[in-house]
Design a protein around this ligand. Structure first.
Ligand code: ADP
Length: 270
C-alpha cells in the first residue's frame, strides 16, 4: 500500500503539485488521469522518490508531504529496499544509448535481490525469460535494446520491472508507443499481476477498463478521487478537460465518447 499525504512540489515559484493525498491499495490498480500539464508525471515521481528537494544537480524543485510504503516512510528506506518494494516504468527511461542486449537489460531488474558480489543464477535467467514471454518479447532476448522500436522497448522495460518482483508497480503512460492490441495486453497483464499498481494514463477508456480506482488531477490538485465508476462521470470530467463528454454503460463496461464541439466554459476561459 502506498499512501501519500499532502504532497506538494514546485519549480521555483510555480506549484506543480499542491497538497495532494492519494492511497493505492493492495491488489488494486490506481489510475492517475488529468489533462496535459496537470501534474500526473510529477506526482508519480514523488510517489517513487525520484523527486527530492535539493540544490544544484538534483531536481531543482522543492517539495513537502509524506509518502509511506507499507508502513515505512519512503525517504527513510535504503535504495535497495525501495527497489524491492517499487518497480517503476517511466517515460524518460531511455536506454537508446545502452550497449546491452534485451536479456541483459531485463536481468538488471534482478539487482535488488542480489547481494553485493552475488552473481546472477540460473533462477534469475529463468525469471528474465518468463518476464519477456509475459510481454510478448521472448523472441527479442538476444537483440540489442538500442535497436528496438518504441513499442518493443516499452514492453522490454515492463519486463524489467516485472523481473524486479517488487510489491508495487508504478507506470507512466505504459501504453505510449504501443498498438491497440498491446495497449490492452499490457494493461491486462498489470491487472492480472494482482500487485498494487499505479498507472498514469491519458486514455480514459483504457482507464475505465483496467483501473479499480482513479485520481483525477486538475492544475496540480485532486479534482476527484474514488472508484473508476465515480470519477468517470461526465459532470466531474468535463470542467477539468474542457470538452463535452458522454458516457455509455454497455454490458457493465464504461465507454466515454468525446464531443469536441461542446467545449465547456472552464477550459475556454483558461
Ligand atoms: P502531466 O504528466 O500531467 O502532463 P507534468 O507532471 O509532466 O504533467 O507537468 C506538470 C507541470 O510541471 C507542467 O506545467 C510542466 O511544464 C511543469 N514541469 C514539469 N517538469 C518541470 C521541470 N523540470 N521544470 C519546470 N517545470 C516543470
Amino acid at each position: 500500500m502506498i499512501t501519500a499525504t499532502e504532497v506538494s512540489w514546485r519549480y521555483g515559484a510555480n506549484p506543480v503539485i499542491d497538497g495532494v493525498s492519494v492511497t493505492a491499495r493492495p491488489g488494486r490498480v490506481l489510475g492517475l488521469i488529468g489533462p496535459n500539464g496537470s501534474g500526473k508525471t510529477t506526482l508519480l515521481r514523488l510517489l517513487h522518490g525520484a523527486l527530492r528537494s535539493g540544490g544544484a544537480g538534483r531536481s531543482g524543485g522543492a517539495g513537502a508531504g509524506r509518502v509511506v510504503v507499507d508502513g515505512d516512510e519512503l525517504t527513510g528506506l535504503p535504495s535497495r529496499e525501495v527497489a524491492r518494494r517499487l518497480a517503476v516504468v517511466v517515460q524518460e527511461a531511455g536506454g537508446a544509448d545502452t550497449a546491452l542486449t534485451v536479456a541483459e537489460l531485463v536481468l538488471l531488474g534482478r539487482g535488488p535481490h542480489l547481494s553485493t558480489f552475488q552473481r546472477t543464477s540460473r533462477a534469475d535467467h529463468e525469471i528474465v525469460a518468463r518476464c519477456l514471454a509475459r510481454v510478448g518479447a521472448a523472441h527479442l532476448g538476444a537483440r540489442a535494446f538500442a535497436g528496438l522500436s518504441g513499442g518493443e522497448r516499452q514492453r522490454v522495460l515492463i519486463a524489467r520491472a516485472l523481473a524486479q518482483q517488487a510489491t508495487h508497480l508504478l507506470l507512466d503512460e505504459p501504453t505510449n508507443h504501443l498498438d491497440i492490441r498491446y495497449q490492452h495486453e499490457v494493461l491486462q497483464l498489470v491487472r492480472d499481476l494482482g500487485t498494487c499498481s499505479i498507472v498514469v494514463l491519458h486514455d480514459l477508456n483504457l482507464a475505465a477498463r483496467y483501473c479499480d480506482d482513479l485520481v483525477l488531477l486538475g492544475d496540480g490538485q485532486v479534482a476527484a478521487a474514488g472508484s473508476t465508476d465515480e470519477v468517470l462521470d461526465p459532470a466531474v470530467l468535463e470542467p477539468v478537460y474542457g470538452i463535452g463528454i458522454r458516457r455509455l454503460d454497455l454490458d457493465g463496461a464504461i465507454h466515454l465518447l468525446f464531443r469536441p464541439h461542446e467545449v465547456t466554459q472552464e477550459r475556454t476561459a483558461a
